[in-house]
Design a protein around this ligand. Sequence first.
Ligand SMILES: C[S@@+](CC[C@H](N)C(=O)[O-])C[C@H]1O[C@@H](n2cnc3c(N)ncnc32)[C@H](O)[C@@H]1O
Length: 294
Amino acid sequence: MQVRLPDPALHQCRPSSAPKQCRSHSRAAIGELGAGQREFTMSDWFDTMEDQLWLHPDEVGEKEAQFVLKALHLRRGDAVLDAPCGAGRVSFHLARAGCVVTGLDLRETFIRRARLRLRTAGLHGTFRAMDLRRVNAENQFEGILNWAGSFGYFTAAENGQLIAAFVRALLPGGYLLVEQPNREHLLRHLRPVMRKGTTVFQSRWDGQSQRVITRRIVAEVEGRRNSSSMRLYTPAQMRVLFEQHGLIVEQLHKSIRFDAYGPSAPRMIIVGRKARKGSKMVQRTGAFQPCRAE
Ligand SMILES: C[S@@+](CC[C@H](N)C(=O)[O-])C[C@H]1O[C@@H](n2cnc3c(N)ncnc32)[C@H](O)[C@@H]1O
């Protein structure tokens, strides 16, 4: 099985090539910071976090992949980008279903695990350790997934550029899916201090930057503390981001059961389709159209 993504397409960095903002979507509409305000982003969080604290257990991968296959209307032979892919939990099952999978993740050890997992099962896939901000492919994928709370790590501008890069990488008519925490739920249930074993997490919401900032302190390891910062988007803000970059928002779910989003849901999953050449962008003003399971 051939992977259509050539190396250079992923390795050149062209952050300035993000599309210009459409006037109808003002900075305020997506909660931009004003002049002089500053934003914090992810530090070495992922390099020092124990896997089990943030990677889903392997067993759920198959169900997650079943959802992704349906939501993105993927068929055997379709090219899919899993970014970031972690250790390939979902990619593995997408490959097993016959998709041509490319997985990207910053963490080398995860990429090695993903490669090994597929190779051991006699499956093919392309996995590469790289920063998502370097994605630079054009018209190559039928589907792209950003799965399990992997959006909002960068500055607001970079988050927008990432959506733009994903859209460029999609074939016309292809689908982008982003799965993330539901901001409304998270803010209502944000616990300032949380313990998992000997690790303590201190979290706070920064309203100006619209980010959750979490300090992690490992009690028994002297000096091991680091912080993460994740920008959280409301469904309306995500929709603006998608539409700004030429996606038609088609689905909003609260879980992999295809149930419609609601403010009390812990998660949200948004799916947009890249407009085909010549077709008009339809900007719906009404409610989201949840997709039903077939
Ligand atoms: C919450 S995990 C989800 C991973 C995967 N989607 C899954 O479901 O297992 C987030 C992933 O983002 C990766 N990551 C963090 N910053 C990144 C960056 N700048 N570029 C690429 N990957 C990054 C981490 O290594 C981690 O594997």
